[in-house]
Design a protein around this ligand. Structure first.
Ligand SMILES: Nc1ncnc2c1ncn2[C@@H]1O[C@H](COP(=O)(O)OP(=O)(O)OP(=O)(O)O)[C@@H](O)[C@H]1O
Ligand SMILES: [Mg+2]
Ligand SMILES: [Mg+2]
Length: 548
């Protein structure tokens, strides 16, 4: 079974070649040398002797999929540069950046010093590397340094603490699993499964990479002698029956030297609200899954159930491993969808920021939709879809930004079909046209010069008609938002409509409180879309907006 699993993972392109892995090691060796050069040159600038400057050291650590040993051909290397106390974050974005720019291997570089975790993203010898920096309150960083001592966290600022957390958590997970190789293969399989089933995305309310890693690690702890195939089978069986919100932990939660919050449901009501808590093992312990909502929990649980029943058959040879990794059917599953359009009449960079902001608020819309009695499930899709529109004049640009052009009755379904097809074509990757804005024309001709960027997010809705019939307070409401966006109503029967104006209005307001929001540039709009009928052999229940 285990051999067949590895073969299937290979067939699915999970592993990269030995040659490519060797290239990653070479890149990391060069980055280690650059980190030392960086610390040395800052030390000399600060009047240290050549000897002291060399002894100041500097060391790189990795985290993310590379450190966990579950990286594939497209993975980046998440790298932490640890520096002594006399080297600052400003130096990282000045001195270290200049050192990088001097290297002939450098192909791309983007610095984001004001991010939540300040970061330099580079492409070096064709490999993507995310570089973050942490300054410790010690004068020297020797190559023998490890980050497991929590006293190293003393006197650090929040950004340094956050930067260190990734490596500390990953190191601790690896330390706590009985057999690293068993864990790594099992995690590769679970990651692939979660990606294919579209339940891998922290920002959308599903577990992210670290949370899935901790779940697999916990199963490895429970079955220290098992091989990967068995771990996967137990993973589904145990988690399918797990009595949430009992937390998944790899070790007891530790106290520590800082005045920071450690996850504690007895003390904090917010922690009590976590539905599927998965707790990070390194001090200060946090819940890696605080984004999970009632809806995403239901989706995750139904996928675990599917996995458990498939695994029962896979383990006795009745089915191949490939069946576990069959793609999700999100765009076929629901009768009703909401499409959330975030658009900018500006630059691609402005759109990236705006769509990122809208994406980060989307969970709030899901939570508010869940409040509505007749909405059984509001299922956010894990990926967004980007488009570039070329418009002839301001009027057309406004219509596109308001979603009118995209979501007129005739094109709404076409939009969903486009999405389904793009999804089918491009399994894992993001469907984006931002990269080649010059060549791609979505609406109109190249003569149309005004550019509007749109990013669309989808939420599948499961609606309980019985509950609707009972709820007398629902009335037919036509709601025109301040942005001129359209009516947010669902006709579910001749005289019944589902009013979602309250969640949408709150969501709009939440997005528009963004300090950089500019009403001449940014637009946000929610529209309803019905499933494309060609994909639905059974006829859709005979209730549509047109009939009402
Ligand atoms: N937006 C973010 N906010 C906070 N932490 C993040 C964010 N993005 C990434 N991280 C941290 O960086 C780690 C690595 O992220 P990354 O996106 O590179 O995924 P990965 O698990 O390494 O998978 P891949 O193989 O695709 O690189 C995450 O586990 C998380 O700790
Ligand atoms: Mg990564
Ligand atoms: Mg990364």
């Amino acid at each position: 079974m285990n051999e067949k699993l590895i073969d299937e993972l290979k067939r699915q392109g999970s592993f990269e070649s030995e040659e490519e892995s060797q290239k990653r090691i070479e890149v990391l060796n060069k980055l280690q040398a650059l980190a030392e050069e960086f610390v040395r040159s800052v030390s000399i600038q600060k009047n240290m002797s050549e000897l002291m400057a060399r002894d100041a050291g500097g060391k790189i650590f990795t985290f993310g999929s590379y450190r966990l040993g579950v990286y594939g051909p497209g993975s980046d290397i998440d790298t932490l540069v640890v520096v002594p106390k006399h080297v600052t974050r400003e130096n990282f974005f000045d001195v270290f950046e200049k050192l990088l720019r001097k290297r002939p291997e450098l192909e791309e570089i983007a610095c984001v010093p004001d991010a939540f975790v300040p970061i330099i993203k580079i492409k070096f010898s064709s490999i993507s590397v995310d570089l973050i920096c942490a300054r410790l309150d010690i004068p020297q960083i020797p190559l023998s340094l490890t980050l497991d001592d929590k006293n190293l966290l003393r006197n650090l600022d929040e950004k340094d603490l956050r930067a260190l957390n990734g490596t500390r958590v990953t190191d601790e997970i690896l330390r706590l699993v009985p057999q690293a190789i068993v864990f790594k293969h099992a995690l590769r399989a679970i990651k692939l499964w979660a990606q294919r089933r579209a339940i891998y995305s922290n920002v959308m309310g599903f577990p992210g990479g670290v949370a899935w890693a901790m779940l697999v690690a916990r199963i490895c702890q429970l079955y220290p002698n098992a091989i990967s195939a068995t771990i996967i089978s137990k993973f589904f069986n145990i988690l399918n029956k797990w009595s949430w919100p009992q937390p998944v932990m790899l070790k007891a939660i530790e106290d520590g030297p800082l005045q920071v919050r450690v996850w504690n449901p007895k003390l904090y009501p917010a922690d009590r609200a976590h539905r599927m808590p998965i707790i990070t093992p390194a001090y200060p312990s946090m819940c890696a899954t605080h984004n999970i909502s009632a809806s995403t929990q239901k989706v995750i649980m139904s996928e675990l159930k599917r996995g458990a029943s498939l695994m029962d058959e896979i383990m006795i040879g009745k089915r191949p491993w490939a069946d576990l990794f069959i793609k999700h059917d999100f765009f076929l599953r629901y009768k009703y969808y909401l499409a959330v359009y975030a658009s900018s009449k500006g630059t691609a960079e402005q759109q990236l920021k705006w769509s990122g902001l809208v994406e980060s608020r989307l969970r709030q819309l899901v939570l508010k939709l869940e409040w509505i009695d007749s909405i059984e499930l509001a299922h956010p899709f894990v990926k967004e879809f980007d488009q570039v529109h070329y418009c002839a004049d301001e009027d057309e640009a406004k219509r596109v930004a308001d979603g009118e052009q995209i979501a007129t009755a005739s094109t709404k379904e076409a939009d969903l079909v486009k999405t389904v097809k793009a999804e089918e074509k491009e399994h894992g990757g993001k469907v984006t046209s931002n990269g080649d804005a010059e060549n791609k024309v979505v609406d109109g001709t190249t003569a149309k010069k005004l550019v509007v960027y749109t990013t669309t997010f989808f939420i599948g809705l499961e609606i309980n008609l019985d509950r609707m019939m009972e709820s007398l307070h629902f009335s037919i409401i036509e709601f025109v938002s301040e942005l001129g966006c359209m009516i947010l109503t669902y006709a579910l029967a001749r005289h019944k409509q589902l009013d979602i104006q309250w969640p949408c209005k709150e969501f709009y307001e939440m997005c528009r409180t963004w300090p950089e929001y500019d009403e001449d540039i940014n637009c946000i709009c929610v529209r309803n879309i019905r499933k494309y009928r060609a994909y639905c052999p059974l006829s859709v229940v005979n209730v549509s907006t047109d009939q009402s």
